[in-house]
Structure formats: structure tokens, C-alpha cells
Design a protein around this ligand. Structure first.
Ligand SMILES: NC(=O)c1ccc[n+]([C@@H]2O[C@H](COP(=O)([O-])OP(=O)(O)OC[C@H]3O[C@@H](n4cnc5c(N)ncnc54)[C@H](OP(=O)(O)O)[C@@H]3O)[C@@H](O)[C@H]2O)c1
Length: 253
């Protein structure tokens, strides 16, 4: 059997592709041969990643997008179609969080987390799915977290939003399987990015957190990429509705 992992000729969108895990995923998809559209609010970060992809001989389109805006989501899909004419892979990676106890969290904070981490994923996935249905195939990969399974102090809104995203993954998988669209999730453990900087930049907190992890260290963003490439590839052609946790064993504790 000749199982293929390369993504030549495919077109991928990566939200939050300007830094952190999204940047690593965008570089990984481009390295596997896909044309990559990177979306986020910060133009200079998108431009920086675009330069890296171009310098490596890849094809890329940066699109400034605020996923809170339904109009921006429509624009992202329109610009992708104008430039590349199809959407094969959508990686819903962008997310936000606030470190607040449930007693201190504000109502608008809860809404911002859910609007970004759940509602925007539904809106963008729905728009992409309408294109993928016409193509009779597509892959959607949602980036969740071990926090969808474990109650982390001060992370309630975020954890609840990612648990909702895990269920949204399964619902989209079930509704869209008849159209050839496979929907899965990748759930990182703690990964060294701006998102987790308050943890890894403080040596005392970092060593305590690392002592609780079976592998004794945080993940690097590049270590999340392989599972995304696998789920985007022909090798994962009969997998839908699942989450792969890339967590160094965190969920065994
Ligand atoms: N780092 C970890 O420890 C960890 C662990 C588990 C799961 N994850 C998940 O991994 C994913 C990536 O996280 P990361 O660590 O790479 O975080 P990060 O460095 O903070 O990056 C977050 C990305 O999301 C984008 N974003 C946020 N709000 C947006 C909006 N309204 N519209 C468009 N883009 C938006 C940001 O771009 P702009 O600010 O430019 O818009 C940025 O590119 C997230 O889904 C996160 O939940 C991270």
C-alpha cells in the first residue's frame, strides 16, 4: 500500500498562523507542499511567517482577520478562493484565554473566549464546508487542549470553550462525513508560546509545572505539527470525530 503524507496541490487555512503553534503548523503544511493562507489580527506577524514560507519556496497568503467578525470570516474565505480556488484543509488554531477565577471573571470576558474559541470556529468551518462539499472532500482540524479534560484553576472559561470545541468537532464530523469532510482535533499539553509565557518565563512556576508532567518538560510548538499533518493527509482517510492529545502524558495523571 502506498500511503501518502505529502500535501502538494492542497490549499490550507491556518487561523492564528502568525505566531506560536499556528506559525509552526503553517510552516509544516507549507513544507509538506500545501499552499497556506494564514489569518490573524497582527499584520507584521503574518508578514513575518509569510516571508519564512516564501524563502523556503512555498506559497502563502496572509489575510488580516479578526475572527470575532463574521464579515472578516467571509472575507478570509473569499480571499482564499480568489487566490487559490479551493480549500482542502482548515486548521482552527486561533484562541484566547483569561486567567481568572470563576468569581472574578467578567461576563464580557466569558463571551470573548467563547466567541473566539467556539463561535468563530463554527462560522469559519461552515463557510469552508460549503466549499468542501462542492469538492466532495476536505479536512478540518481543531486545536483544543488537555484543559478540555482537566479542570485547571483560573481557566474555566477557556476549558469550557475547548470542551465545547471538542463536541463541535464530533458534531461536524457526524454531519459532514457524508460529504467527504473529515473533522478531528489535536489537543496540545502545555507548549512554549506567548500563550503560556507566564508559566515558562517564571523559573519557580516552570519547574513546579514540569515536575508534574510525566515527560518532565513542556512541548515545543514544532512538536504539535506532526499530528496535524497526519490528520490532513491521505494516511488519516478513515478517521473522523477524534482528538489526538499531544501532551507528553499529561492526561495520564
Ligand atoms: N501554548 C499552550 O500551552 C497551549 C496548550 C494547549 C492548547 N493550546 C492551543 O493552541 C492554539 C494556539 O495557541 P498558542 O499557544 O500558539 O497561542 P498564541 O501564541 O497566543 O497565539 C494565538 C493566536 O491566535 C490568534 N488570535 C487570537 N484571537 C484572534 C482573533 N480574534 N482573530 C484572529 N486571530 C486571533 C493570535 O493572533 P492575533 O493576536 O494576531 O490575532 C495568535 O496568532 C490555541 O488554540 C490554544 O488554545 C495552546
Amino acid at each position: 500500500m502506498n500511503v501518502k503524507f505529502d500535501l502538494k496541490g492542497k490549499v490550507a487555512i491556518v487561523t492564528g498562523g502568525g505566531r506560536g503553534i499556528g506559525r509552526a503548523i503553517a510552516l509544516g503544511l507549507a513544507g509538506a507542499g500545501a499552499s497556506v493562507v494564514i489569518a490573524g489580527r497582527t499584520q507584521d506577524q503574518l508578514d513575518g511567517v509569510a516571508q519564512e514560507i516564501l524563502a523556503a519556496g512555498g506559497r502563502v497568503l496572509p489575510v488580516v482577520t479578526d475572527l470575532i467578525s463574521a464579515r472578516d470570516i467571509e472575507n478570509l474565505v473569499e480571499e482564499t478562493m480568489q487566490s487559490f480556488g479551493r480549500i482542502d484543509i482548515l486548521v482552527n488554531n486561533a484562541a484566547r484565554s483569561f486567567l481568572r477565577s470563576l468569581l472574578d471573571l467578567r461576563e464580557d470576558g466569558w463571551d470573548k473566549v467563547f466567541d473566539t474559541n467556539v463561535k468563530a470556529v463554527w462560522l469559519l468551518s461552515r463557510a469552508a464546508a460549503k466549499i468542501m462539499i462542492g469538492q466532495k472532500e476536505g479536512r478540518i482540524i481543531n486545536i483544543t487542549t488537555v484543559g478540555a479534560e482537566k479542570a485547571e484553576l483560573g481557566m474555566a472559561a477557556y476549558g469550557c470553550s475547548k470542551a465545547a470545541l471538542k463536541m463541535l468537532t464530533r458534531c461536524m464530523a457526524r454531519e459532514w462525513a457524508p460529504f467527504g469532510i473529515l473533522v478531528n482535533a489535536v489537543g496540545p499539553g502545555l507548549t512554549r508560546t506567548d500563550f503560556s509565557k507566564p508559566i515558562w518565563s517564571n523559573p519557580d512556576i516552570a519547574s513546579h509545572v514540569e515536575s508534574l508532567l510525566p515527560m518532565g518538560r513542556l512541548a515545543e510548538p514544532e512538536e504539535i505539527v506532526g499530528s496535524v499533518l497526519f490528520l490532513a493527509s491521505d494516511a488519516a482517510g478513515y478517521i473522523t470525530g477524534h482528538t489526538i492529545y499531544v501532551d507528553g502524558g499529561a492526561l495520564t495523571t
